[in-house]
Design a protein around this ligand. Structure first.
Ligand code: PMV
Length: 327
C-alpha cells in the first residue's frame, strides 16, 4: 500500500553555509528559517518485495546515482529501526523549479523521511525525523516544521542533536513571501560542492562561523517579539554575509545574475517608500522578498516589473511535513 507525504521548502533568514561533516551533513553553524506554503513536494512511497536497489523517480525522470545512494542510506536506517526488510519505491513531484535555489531538496527529503516513518511504522517524532532529513540535505531538517524553525548546530559526532525545532507557527505571524524567478535553469555549483570549496579556500570562513550565534539570537528575539524591522535587518545582513563569503572562495562563487541585483535594489526602494519588506537569496539567482502581512500584492507588482524577472510566485507560511490520507 502506498503512503503519501507532502512537505514545503523553507528558506533561511539566518543562513547556514559550511559543514563540519559531509557524510552526515552536520552543519558548521545553526540557522533560522521560514517554511513556505504554496510550493509543494508530494512524495509517494511503497514498500516492495523486489530485490535490488531502492528506487526513486523525481519529477517523472530517473534520479542521479547520488540521490539513489542517499535514498538507500535513509531507507536502510528505517529498515534497521523497524526490522522490516523491504525495499522502497519512491515517486516525488515538485510544483516549482527543481535545484534552482528554491530548496527543492529540503522539501524532498522532509517528505521522504515522513513517508519512510509512516511506511515502516517507526513512529519517530518530528525532531527525530529532522535528523534523518538532514542526512539528505542540511536545510531539509527545518522543513519538518511549519512557520519559523531553528536548526541547531549540535555537538555530537553522530548528529543526533543536529536537529530542528519550531520557534513559532506560521499562523502566529503570517508573513508573506514573493519569489522573483530570475532564471528557470538548475544551478551549476551544488551547495555541498560550494560549501566545501568555501571552507577550504576562503580566508573569511572562520569569522562567518564565529559570528553566527549573534545573528541567530537577534532573529529569534525578533520573531518572538514580531519585530519586523529587526528581522529585516538581521536577515539581509546574514544573506549578504553568506554571499560575501561565497564570493571570497577561490574561485569565487557567484550565484546571482543581473536580475537578482536589480531585485535587491527594487526591494530596498520599496522599503525606502515605507513598505515593510526585506530580501533573502540562497544558492541560486531567485530573490525571495519577505513582507509583513497584507503587503504581498504591492511587492509582487513591483518585482514583476523588474527587468529579467520571468514570473513571481506568491506564498504565505506553511505547515511542516505531514502525511496525507485523502490523496
Ligand atoms: O540544504 P543544503 O545543505 O543544500 O544547503 C542550503 C544552504 C542555503 O540554502 C544557501 C542556506 C540555508 O541555510 O538554507
Amino acid at each position: 500500500m502506498a503512503v503519501f507525504a507532502v512537505a514545503h521548502p523553507n528558506i533561511a533568514l539566518v543562513k547556514y553555509w559550511g559543514k563540519r561533516d559531509t557524510s552526515l551533513n552536520l552543519p558548521a553553524v545553526g540557522s533560522v528559517s521560514i517554511t513556505l506554503d504554496t510550493l509543494v513536494t508530494t512524495t509517494q512511497l511503497c514498500l516492495s518485495q523486489a530485490q535490488g536497489e531502492d528506487q526513486l523517480v523525481l519529477n517523472g525522470a530517473s534520479s542521479t546515482p547520488a540521490q539513489v545512494k542517499k535514498l538507500g542510506q535513509l531507507a536502510q536506517a528505517f529498515r534497521n529501526l523497524s526490522g522490516i526488510d523491504k525495499k522502497v519505491q519512491v515517486t516525488s513531484e515538485n510544483n516549482f523549479p527543481t535545484a534552482a535555489g528554491l530548496a527543492s531538496s529540503a522539501s524532498g527529503y522532509a517528505a521522504l523521511v515522513k513517508a519512510l516513518n509512516q511506511a515502516f511504522g517507526t513512529e519517530l517524532s518530528a525532531q527525530e525525523l529532522s535528523a534523518f532529513a538532514r542526512i539528505g540535505s542540511g536545510s531539509a531538517a527545518r522543513s519538518l516544521f511549519g512557520g519559523f524553525a531553528q536548526m541547531h548546530l549540535g555537538e555530537r559526532d553522530d548528529g543526533k542533536d543536529a536537529i530542528a525545532t519550531q520557534l513559532l507557527a506560521g499562523t502566529e505571524w503570517p508573513l508573506e513571501v514573493v519569489v522573483a524567478i530570475a532564471s528557470e535553469t538548475a544551478k551549476d555549483v551544488s551547495s555541498t560542492v560550494g560549501m566545501e570549496a568555501t571552507r577550504t579556500t576562503s580566508g573569511f570562513y572562520q569569522s562567518f562561523i564565529e559570528t553566527q550565534n549573534v545573528d541567530i539570537e537577534q532573529a529569534i528575539e525578533a520573531i518572538r517579539a514580531r519585530d519586523f524591522s529587526s528581522l529585516a535587518d538581521v536577515s539581509e545582513y546574514s544573506c549578504l554575509k553568506m554571499h560575501g563569503l561565497m564570493l571570497s572562495a577561490r574561485p569565487g562563487l557567484v550565484y546571482w545574475n543581473h536580475t537578482t541585483v536589480a531585485c535587491i535594489h527594487a526591494v530596498r526602494s520599496l522599503r525606502a517608500d515605507g513598505i515593510p519588506v526585506f530580501f533573502t537569496i540562497d544558492a541560486g539567482p531567485q530573490l525571495k522578498a519577505v513582507c509583513a502581512p497584507g503587503y504581498g500584492n504591492q511587492v509582487a507588482t513591483a518585482l514583476k516589473e523588474v527587468n529579467g524577472v520571468t514570473r513571481v510566485l506568491r506564498t504565505g507560511l506553511g505547515s511542516g511535513a505531514h502525511i496525507v490520507t485523502d490523496h
